[in-house]
Design a protein around this ligand. Structure first.
Ligand code: GLN
Length: 189
């Protein structure tokens, strides 16, 4: 049986994630309401604008269903704004997050000068070849809890982390040809 990956499709970069997940062999479903979560084995929360997305999660009554989904142990992968939504703490902003990943983030934390940049990352779990990573007004992870595994860093700052079945990247693996991050996520599902 193939695996079905849901992509939270309230706002942001969900379409490219669906394409990336299909490329590594998953079927995909756009998740917009609680019932959609019942159809998927794992969930991707895309990049976009986390303030808008968190309001939409509240408006559409998705906070509790997403927490329940996570509690079943089904894997969740958040990228950029998705990482912000998964975090336990958001510096300076009063916005709702799911608190599924024990990290603190600072929105747009890379500052104006380099708010968007590309770089290579060493990601040991993905092998020797570096991963080309695109950062777009990315959050900076400013604290990781004890239970959080840091899978990659950039200049000493965690950029790919995982706590049990919840994983987050502050870059955008859906924007590059390299499928290894999506492949890794799919393997957890
Ligand atoms: N800057 C956005 C935020 O704070 C995240 C950007 C992104 O997802 N590419 O929500």
């Amino acid at each position: 049986m193939g695996k079905t990956i849901g992509v939270l499709a309230l706002q942001g970069d969900y379409f490219k994630h669906a394409v990336a997940a299909q490329k590594v062999g998953a079927q995909t479903v756009e998740v917009r309401e609680k019932a959609d979560l019942g159809k998927v084995d794992g969930l991707i929360i895309p990049g976009g604008e986390s303030g808008v997305m968190s309001k939409l999660l509240v408006r559409d009554g998705l906070l509790e269903p997403l927490k329940k989904f996570a509690a079943t142990g089904k894997p969740i992968f958040g990228t950029c704004a998705g990482a912000i939504l998964l975090s336990a703490d958001i510096e300076r902003y009063e916005q709702t997050s799911l608190g599924l990943l024990d990290i603190q983030v600072k929105r747009n934390g890379y500052g104006r000068q380099i708010e968007s940049f590309e770089t290579t990352l060493t990601v040991p779990v993905l092998g020797d070849n570096p991963v080309w990573a695109v950062f777009i007004r990315a959050p900076v992870i400013t604290r990781v809890g004890e239970g959080v595994e840091v899978m990659a860093t950039h200049k000493g700052v965690p950029v790919l982390v995982r706590q049990g079945s919840v994983m987050a990247a502050t870059f955008h693996p859906e924007l590059t040809e390299d499928s290894r991050v999506h492949e890794y996520f799919l393997a957890q599902v």
